[in-house]
Design a protein around this ligand. Structure first.
Ligand code: R5P
Length: 309
């Protein structure tokens, strides 16, 4: 089963190929001067993609990642179906359709936070993107999807996978936390999973988001005096959630506070902001960033195995 990648997830795709004991194939994915995308599977790799099921590793972030993922899937579908119509210079030997067998592994699913209608008239963006992707593949494995129900009933099997076991191991090996904190109710399952693996204390905060940059946490007594604490979330964007949670922890006596997440978006100066509030930031490599120290490959491999069984 070849593991393919375009431009946005190549290092992680290579790690996944090693994890699965498969070959990695780079697809050409570049931009024209006007920013429109171009993709191609090299002729020497066509047989590999047709001879067995294949996996494409590609994120849907930023928006250009959505287009690139769709084009890569379209190219793979055409290759597997033996489609050569419109080929400039004439049609080569006709190849039969080899049937379904394209799986998409998504390290970071962009638009995952618009998982419901918060006001009338809104699009459920996560569902819209999910349906587009599902129209061009036979199954999707997604790493730490913000709200799993967003991809219910999109037309293909979806395997939700998580790198929290790897986050737990990394935190235990590097900082050995005494306490894990979920910064809001939405991250409770993920953060408590990490606490259970490590075998340490756990609690959560209740968060209200006033706007993209303003976070308020409800006051709560946390048993963190003298503790090393790791705040665990699925993603860090502006860093506001983590910075406010860290303030609460320091106020209550925590001696060290770290932040850990799967998806390090780190928008608008988030890393320098975080550096003022926490002692360390530990992210998985679903997105390339300066704090990506945890591999998402084992989790994606587990998701793919679930799809293939
Ligand atoms: C929200 O529910 C997510 O789990 C994260 O807590 C949130 O997206 C983090 O955003 P920011 O870093 O901008 O506070």
């Amino acid at each position: 089963m070849p593991v393919l990648s375009g431009s946005n997830s190549r290092p992680l795709a290579k790690e996944l190929a090693i994890e699965l004991g498969m070959n990695h194939i780079s697809m050409e994915a570049r931009r024209f001067p006007d920013t429109e995308g171009y993709v191609r599977l090299a002729i020497e790799n066509i047989e590999a993609v047709r001879s067995e099921p294949c996996v494409l590793v590609s994120t849907t972030f930023p928006d250009s990642g959505i287009i690139e993922t769709l084009l890569l899937l379209e190219a793979l579908q055409d290759v597997r179906a033996g489609r050569t119509d419109s080929l400039k210079g004439g049609v080569p030997n006709e190849l039969p359709d080899v049937g379904p067998g394209i799986f998409l592994a998504i390290p970071y699913f962009g638009y995952s936070r618009q998982d419901k209608r918060f006001q009338p008239g809104e699009a459920i963006s996560a569902k819209a993107i999910g349906k587009l992707l599902a129209s061009r593949c036979d199954g999707i494995a997604v790493l730490d999807l913000h709200a799993p129900e967003a991809l219910d009933e999109i037309g293909v099997p979806v395997a939700l996978t998580s790198c929290m076991p790897e986050v737990a191991k990394h935190l235990q090996d590097t900082i050995a936390p005494d306490f894990i904190l979920s910064p809001d109710k939405g991250a409770i399952d993920r953060a408590s999973h990490v606490a259970n693996i490590i075998g340490c204390k756990f609690s959560y905060l209740e968060k209200t988001r006033i706007d993209a940059h303003t976070i308020v946490h409800k006051a709560k007594d946390l048993d963190v005096d003298g503790s090393i604490v790791a705040i665990v979330d699925d993603m860090i964007a502006t860093g506001g959630t983590i910075c406010r949670a860290s303030e609460a922890l320091h106020t209550q006596g925590a001696i060290e506070v770290h932040a850990a997440c799967t998806h390090g978006l780190f928008t608008g100066g988030a890393i320098s902001r975080l550096d003022r509030f926490v002692d360390g930031v530990h992210a998985a490599n679903s997105l390339q960033n300066p704090r990506a120290v945890i591999s998402g490959a084992p989790a994606l491999a587990r998701g793919l195995m679930e799809l293939l069984k």
